[in-house]
Design a protein around this ligand. Sequence first.
Ligand code: AQP
Length: 330
Amino acid sequence: MNKKTVFSGVQPSGNLTIGNYLGAIKNFSRLQDEYNSIYSIVDMHSITVPQVPSELRKRTYEVLALYLATGLDPEKSTIFVQSHVSAHAELCWVLNSISYMGQLNRMTQYKDKSSKSEENLNAALFTYPVLMAADILLYQTDFVPVGEDQRQHLELARDLAIRFNSKYSDTFKVPDNLIQKETGKIYNLKNPELKMSKSDPDANSYILMLDDKDTIVRKVKRAVTDSLANFNYSKEQKGLQNLINIYSAFSGEDVKNIVNKYRNENYSVFKEDLGILIAEALKPIQNEYDKLMSDKGYLESIMKEGAEKARYLSYKTLRKVYKKVGFVQI
Ligand code: AQP
């Protein structure tokens, strides 16, 4: 009965890409039978960059519908919206008190995002990884299924858990990551040196989970590859390597088979097949998503139920933390 716990979250900061899907969400439902699974829609993280409030609200419903459409079952997993559980902000404040400015300054995501715009130079973006540590540590998490881009933030969560435990005595479990080797980083279709990102200004750089078939086929056709005319899986052909990884993730076929199958073909044949493969794999998810989005009442009932479960679990940890740091309990 002693199941290990997994926790992860997705920001409702844009329409979700196949990077978010393959790097994180696809694994969530796979894990829910084996683990105590807790999945959040981390809306508080989203406001670290400017958001349009009405869109943020709409996207929060959309991410929940996508969670359910990809197979998350509220009977098996705790699914909730971060801002509904105030323990996250409360623990973040305590963890801020043991976080070093120098370490936060080295976070590559902070450096990338803050250099993009003056508006992004805010204190919340700087302490974003501390809030993420609070998200994880509140649930005594064993494993965190995330994409490669979150590795450094997860290291910070581990450091903070260890630091708090040694300063105040054992309180937090020290979490490990669950990063998929091939799909932990899906690259940008227009520039395979960058990761695919939902907030990229170029819509051709990503494929959305809700893109229609024609759009997907067109985007894959235009994806940057190379002029070597050699169908191969190699680091020197990063664009093609990324597309082969995507093909493998959606088909379940291993990379060797895919390379053998297309070895004597033009890239365009492979790209055409890949576009159709992605569109067909996403279609059932999209159909389920449409049904769920037409029933807001149902989605809100899931949010309420999830918030209650998450509040119960998180306050158990927060109460211990408050006691250990010396806050008066009444
Ligand atoms: N390209 C990617 N490949 C694999 N995994 C990815 N993830 C994101 N991009 C890729 C994983 O998706 C989960 C949710 O991500 P997030 O919403 O917390 O934000 P992010 O990591 O900052 O992702 P984006 O798409 O780049 O969002 P924006 O553009 O808003 O910053 C995480 O587990 C992440 O690792």
